[in-house]
Design a protein around this ligand. Structure first.
Ligand code: G
Ligand code: G
Length: 252
């Protein structure tokens, strides 16, 4: 677990950074929010999260790392909102983070200390985590929602949640997995499934976000389907805060 001790040092030496990927209102291309994505700057090279999040979980560092991301991202987005940009923030959560003692208090503290309104924060949990979730996990999520934060199902469509199950979950947002979005206009089944998810989401009163929008054709089809929001390389890759500031200046 050499990587584990490297990660520990990275945390104390502040080698982590938060990047943000814009989420837009598809009808207008207006930026409505940003998703926080952690980066590890190791010896001047950006190491992607897939290469260290697993180790962070195994070595007990996921909770302190996640808490750092939460506080850093809330503070940044609160500053943007003070400038008059009405944007929201999404943050990814691993089951380990949700289960941590005092997690609800940590979220409440990050909100209070940054001044970010609870309704501006969305916490994202992967669909497979929710499907396999214990009663304790679902109770934790309900307690978080009682703070006024919003909950999102991430990678929706890959974790075999039934549509009936969706109604029982304390969620506000569905994020359609990129594997569906990638097939838009190229694969009839994937196009139909995307349309169905967008409609069911709308009928249940949930906000639907399409992930992995890379081609103009996908954007057009999503607009036509009435999918309200999207994110992906077509709009922007995840960027450092200065990049987001440049983009938001152009907001319609
Ligand atoms: O940024 P990138 O596209 O490489 O992210 C890959 C995955 O890593 C994301 O889909 C997400 O699941 C995970 N991830 C990125 N940043 C964070 C974070 O701050 N906390 C948690 N729990 N997961 C993250
Ligand atoms: O699973 P999650 O929703 O957290 O996904 C975020 C990951 O997806 C990040 O690693 C981000 O860099 C990546 N991502 C964001 N937009 C796109 C896109 O348009 N295409 C691809 N292939 N990956 C994307």
């Amino acid at each position: 677990l050499e990587l584990g001790s490297d990660l520990q040092r990275a945390l104390t030496e502040q080698q982590f950074a938060v990047e943000f990927q814009p989420v837009v209102e598809l009808a207008t291309s207006r930026v409505t929010g940003v998703e926080a994505l952690v980066r590890w700057w190791r010896d001047g090279v950006s190491v992607p999260p897939e290469e260290f999040i697993g180790t962070a979980e195994e070595s007990g560092l996921m909770v302190p790392l996640g808490n750092w991301v939460l506080r850093e991202a809330c503070a940044q987005v609160a500053r943007w909102r003070e400038n008059g940009w009405e944007i929201g923030l999404s943050i990814n959560l691993r089951p380990r983070e949700i289960a941590a003692a005092h997690f609800v208090d940590s979220v409440a503290a990050a909100l209070a200390d940054s001044g970010l309104p609870p309704g501006a924060l969305t916490l994202e949990v992967k669909e497979e985590v929710l499907v396999d979730g214990s009663d304790e996990l679902i109770e934790r999520l309900s307690a978080l929602r009682d703070l006024g934060v919003r909950l999102a199902i991430d990678d929706f469509g890959t974790g075999y949640a039934s549509l009936a199950f969706l109604r029982q979950l304390p969620v506000d947002v569905i994020k359609i997995d990129p594997s569906f979005v990638s097939g838009l206009g190229r694969d009839e089944t994937l196009t139909l499934l995307t349309r169905t998810i967008a409609r069911v989401g709308r009928d249940l009163g949930l906000t639907v976000v399409a992930e992995g929008v890379e081609r103009p054709e996908q954007l057009e089809l999503l607009r036509e389907m009435g999918c309200p929001r999207g994110q992906g390389y077509l709009v922007s890759r995840p960027m450092a805060p200065s990049g987001i500031e440049a983009l938001v200046q152009l907001n319609p």
